[in-house]
Design a protein around this ligand. Structure first.
Ligand SMILES: CSC[C@H]1O[C@H](OP(=O)(O)O)[C@H](O)[C@@H]1O
Ligand SMILES: Nc1ncnc2[nH]cnc12
Length: 291
C-alpha cells in the first residue's frame, strides 16, 4: 500500500493553510501546462500535506481559466493519494444556511469550456463517476467536523456551472426544483480528473449564500461570499488539521474504487496508443501503463 499524502485544494478566500509545519514550496513542471501556483508541501502531525490554492495566490484565475489537468497532475507527481477540496458555494436549501459545511457526494456537471479528461485521441479511457467521492475520506471529514463542533452536513449534490457570472433567477429556481443542494463553479472537472488520476476526492462545500432564489435574502455577490468565507476560515483550517492529524499512515483502499479507477478503463489497444500522449500520462496513469 502507498504512503498516504493528503492534498488540499483551497478555493475562494482560501489561499493558504494555517497549521502546516516544515513547509517548502515546489513549482511542479507538468506536461499538462502550468498549475495554479507552487505547491506548498509540509506536514500536519505525522501526515504529509500538499496545499494548492485553486485560483492561485491573489485569485488570478477564473473558474474557466484554471488548468485543472495541471493541478491534478502536479498533485499526483507530489505523491498525493487523497484530495480535500475546500470550496465556497451557494445553497438551494433553507436549512443549508451560510456558514454550514456540506460534504458533497454527487456532482452535476454543467461546465462546457474546460478540458475535462487526461485521455482522448491516442489513448481512450472511461472511468466510473457513479460515486465520485471517497466514502472513507468523507467519513473522516464528518468525524473531524463533529469533533470540532462545526455544523457539517452529509449527502450534498453540487451542481457545477461554468460562470464566471452567477446564475439568473430562472436558473437558480430550476436547480432548486431539481433537488440540487449547492452550486459552485470549480469542482468539475476537478473531481473527474482526480478520479482519472486514481486520487480519492472529497469536497467540503462551504455555504456562503442562498444564490438568488431566496425571497428573504439578497442575490449573491462577491462581497457576501468573501465575508462568509473569512468568518469560516478558522473552521476550515481546524477541520483539515484534525483530518490530517488523524489520517492513517498508509492510504486506505477506497470502497468505490477511486484508487483503482484505471484498472478496467483504458480501451485503446497497446499497439495503437500515441507515444506522445503516453509520455504525458506518466504520472496520472503510470501505475497501469507501465505493466
Ligand atoms: C467568489 S464567488 C465565486 C467563486 O467561488 C467559488 O470558488 P471555489 O469553488 O474555488 O471556492 C465558486 O466556485 C466560484 O469560483
Ligand atoms: N451562488 C453561487 N454560485 C456559484 N458559485 C458560488 N460560489 C459561492 N457562491 C456561489
Amino acid at each position: 500500500m502507498a504512503r498516504a499524502v493528503l492534498g488540499v485544494i483551497g478555493g475562494s478566500g482560501v489561499y493558504d493553510l494555517p497549521g502546516m509545519e516544515d513547509v517548502r514550496e515546489e513549482r511542479v513542471v507538468s506536461p499538462w501546462g502550468e498549475p495554479s501556483d507552487a505547491l506548498r508541501i509540509g506536514r500536519i502531525g505525522q501526515t504529509e500535506v500538499v496545499f494548492l490554492p485553486r485560483h492561485g495566490r491573489g485569485h488570478r484565475m477564473s473558474p474557466s481559466d484554471i488548468n485543472y489537468r495541471a493541478n491534478i497532475d502536479a498533485m499526483k507527481r507530489a505523491g498525493v493519494t487523497d484530495i480535500v477540496s475546500l470550496s465556497a458555494c451557494g445553497s438551494f436549501k433553507e436549512e443549508l444556511a451560510p456558514g454550514c459545511f456540506v460534504l458533497v457526494d454527487q456532482f452535476v456537471d454543467r461546465t462546457h469550456k474546460r478540458e475535462s479528461s487526461f485521455f482522448g485521441k491516442g489513448c481512450v479511457a472511461h472511468v466510473s463517476m457513479a460515486h465520485p467521492v471517497g466514502p472513507r475520506l468523507q467519513e473522516r471529514l464528518l468525524a473531524a467536523g463533529q469533533a470540532e463542533g462545526i455544523d457539517v452536513r452529509k449527502d450534498g449534490t453540487y451542481v457545477c456551472m461554468e460562470g464566471p457570472q452567477f446564475s439568473s433567477l430562472a436558473e437558480s429556481v430550476t436547480y432548486k426544483q431539481l433537488g440540487y443542494d449547492v452550486i459552485g463553479m470549480t469542482n468539475m472537472p476537478e473531481a473527474k480528473l482526480a478520479r482519472e488520476a486514481e486520487i480519492t476526492y472529497a469536497t467540503v462545500a462551504m455555504v456562503t449564500d442562498y444564490d438568488c432564489w431566496h425571497p428573504g435574502h439578497a442575490a449573491v455577490d462577491v462581497a457576501s461570499v468573501i465575508a462568509v468565507v473569512k468568518a469560516n476560515a478558522s473552521n476550515a483550517a481546524r477541520l483539515v488539521a484534525r483530518v490530517a492529524r488523524d489520517f492513517p499512515a498508509e492510504h486506505e483502499s477506497c470502497p468505490v474504487g477511486s484508487d483503482t479507477a484505471l484498472e478496467v478503463a483504458i480501451m485503446t489497444a497497446p499497439e495503437m496508443r500515441d507515444p506522445a500522449l503516453m509520455a504525458k500520462l506518466d504520472a496520472v496513469a503510470g501505475r497501469v501503463l507501465s505493466r
